[in-house]
Design a protein around this ligand. Structure first.
Ligand SMILES: [Zn+2]
Length: 335
């Protein structure tokens, strides 16, 4: 697969030609109400996500993105019992979610509107889940649902079992909407790792704003095909080509993975085994560029990571996406 492939970067505010639906009766709300566990919920959401080439998705408008970010911000502060802003309320739902397996509560924001009744949500907003009583400031992110098969449930299980703060799921197949004409002639892509005009990226930016200089990490779970980077099974980077230094989190993660899965061949940025370093990933760009705005005198001691090392990009062959093989290493890397 081409997780490091060509991309479209949409700068600035997005433009929408959409007519925001009114509160008409008859629209179907795809709420996944019968899902009893986080894994079932995320599988349900994935199954109602726009697939490859399925439609021309309309990018979220500036108003919709602002509203979504305000909701994300409130969720990160532990709120869940509030009404969505008017621009989102016909399109999405927020609700507490009780996981029947772990017995713990979460807050879920997800797109639900299916105005044409085809069983697929209309806008490609995706989903965001917060654990208000989390033990780790980790954000598990799935930018390529469907395409990077299995990463959706892998990441949500790791999120759940490691008591991490957030889970973020993109709202469309990366090739659902290969490009539609925007108002100013720009092209809008549904590839959440490479398009700023997505709720996925807006959520990521709001998470980063929430933490500011406090330590946290965004772990993005990707999948590559068997014939890509054949000499490794798993490849780790920070979204940059350069080798990490000793003590770096991806070095620690590699070492803990090796300890638990000694047969795994694990590549790391800077080596020659694999070039899928996520260098075109815009969530990575966002966190890596934060280094430039870090205050002078930033210290790298203790648990705090420099901003440029907060983005963790994981590529995996199909047989290596079993969450149970990763949980112990994630726990050990972020104790
Ligand atoms: Zn990917």
């Amino acid at each position: 697969m081409r997780c490091g492939g060509a991309f479209l970067l949409v700068l600035g505010t997005s433009v929408s030609l959409a007519v925001v639906p009114t509160r008409a009766t008859g629209a179907v709300a795809l709420t996944c109400a019968s899902s009893a566990t986080l894994e079932a919920l995320v599988s349900c959401i994935r199954d109602q996500t726009p697939g490859r080439g399925s439609r021309s998705l309309v990018a979220p408008s500036f108003m919709e993105m602002s509203a979504w970010r305000s909701v994300v911000s409130a969720m990160l502060r532990g709120d869940c019992g509030f009404a969505l802003p008017y621009s989102l309320s016909p399109l999405a739902r927020i609700r507490p979610f009780w996981d029947a397996e772990s017995g713990r509560g979460y807050c879920v924001l997800m797109e639900t509107a299916d105005w044409n009744g085809d069983g697929i949500v209309d806008r490609g907003f995706g989903a965001f889940i917060v654990d208000a009583s989390a033990e780790r400031e980790l954000s598990h992110q799935v930018a390529h649902p469907i395409a990077d098969a299995g990463t959706e449930t892998q990441a949500v299980t790791v999120f759940k079992e490691t008591r991490s703060r957030t889970f973020l799921l993109a709202g469309a197949h990366r090739d659902a909407s290969p490009g539609v004409s925007g108002f100013y002639g720009s092209s809008v892509s549904s590839d959440a790792a490479h398009s700023a005009a997505t709720m996925f990226h807006a959520t990521h930016v709001e998470i980063a704003a929430h933490y500011g200089e406090k330590p946290w990490w965004a772990i993005q779970w990707h999948g590559m095909s068997e014939d890509t980077c054949e000499v490794v099974d798993v490849h780790l980077s920070h979204g940059v080509e350069t080798s990490p230094t000793a003590g770096d989190k991806i070095v620690e993660l590699r070492d803990h993975l090796r300890a638990h899965e000694p047969t795994w061949r694990i590549g790391i940025a800077g080596g020659r085994e694999c070039s899928l370093n996520g260098t075109s990933n815009i969530q990575g760009h966002h966190l890596n560029s934060a280094l430039n705005s870090a205050p002078t005198g930033w210290t790298h001691g203790g648990a705090a990571a420099p901003p440029s090392r907060r983005f963790v990009h994981i590529e995996q062959h199909p047989g290596f996406r079993d969450p149970d093989k990763w949980i112990a290493a994630v726990l050990a890397t972020w104790p």
